[in-house]
Design a protein around this ligand. Structure first.
Ligand code: SF4
Length: 275
């Protein structure tokens, strides 16, 4: 995944997984900078930033940060309302774009994220339910750099959430325990709960589901993603890879930055009413 001497950028959220992987890399002797994106999700974002900044400051690590509101004129609740996307979709797309941009602009060799086994199995479950070939073809722990994309790796994919939490406990890492308030009731958590129920009846089913996918299925999907089949062109605005003329991130900025700010409480209330 990582070669000695690589310049590493770690995407950090203040949660246990991203701080654990940053700590592990430093402990193993790598030089790694952190990258934080302020999402504007009320108190949750304020607290998560405090955890990240404290972690970096206590260890003398370099932290880069971007704030959606300050730097792009919107936040996740406003983006969801303005674009009529579900909040996690607007959030995930914004983060992916900014992680890629920070890696490429900063000249990093590899972008590291803290996805663990539980995350990856839940994402795989969702991708299989929709037979989303593009996402399935990209769901690998190592994605090599391609034009417009940095190399991306996920070193924690063999560790469960409990194991990364245990690492934080052993290492004295203070992390934000609370989940993002928008996560409550989202599909990702539903898939995690379903897999946990299966795991309770059939121990190690979760690991088998994901790791056997990597072993047996992922090789068959090589070359099947939009990037692999050459469907991507440069965004006319920011030059990031995209399938359309203007990338989804630039279209989101265009819509959301002109919208009146939406407090996260409004998003949560709307979701409660729909349930
Ligand atoms: Fe973003 Fe959704 Fe995760 Fe909250 S739960 S940080 S909105 S992806």
């Amino acid at each position: 995944m990582i070669t000695p001497g690589d310049r590493i950028l770690v995407a950090v959220s203040g949660g246990k997984d991203s701080l654990a992987v940053w700590d592990l890399l430093i402990e193993m002797g790598f030089v790694a900078d952190g990258f934080y994106v302020g999402l504007g999700i009320g108190d949750y974002s304020n607290e998560s930033e405090e955890y990240v900044r404290r972690f970096a400051a206590e260890r003398g690590l370099n932290l880069l940060a971007v704030d959606l509101r300050d730097d792009y004129g919107y936040d996740v609740p406003t983006a969801a309302k303005a674009s009529k996307r579900v909040p996690c979709s607007a959030c995930g797309m914004s983060k992916r774009h900014l992680f890629d941009k920070a890696s490429i602009d900063g000249g990093y060799d590899v972008l590291v994220t803290g996805h663990n086994l539980d995350d990856e199995a839940a994402v795989l479950f969702g991708n299989v339910l929709r037979w989303d070939i593009d996402y399935l073809a990209r769901q690998r722990p190592v994605l090599e750099a391609r034009r417009g994309f940095p190399k991306k790796v996920k070193p924690l994919i063999r560790l469960s959430e409990r194991e990364t939490a245990a690492w934080c406990l052993i290492r004295g890492i203070d992390y934000l325990v609370e989940e993002c308030p928008i996560a409550t009731g989202n599909r990702h958590l539903t898939y995690k709960a379903a897999l946990n129920a299966i795991e309770a009846e059939s121990p190690s089913a979760k690991a088998a589901f994901y790791l056997e996918f990597l072993d047996k299925m992922a090789p068959l999907l090589n070359g099947k993603s939009a990037a692999d089949v050459g469907e991507l062109v440069e965004c006319a605005s920011c030059r990031a890879p995209t399938t359309g003329e203007v990338c989804a991130f630039c279209r989101l900025v265009d819509r959301a930055s002109g919208h009146d700010p939406v407090p996260v409480e409004m998003v949560l209330k709307h979701r409660r009413q729909r349930r």
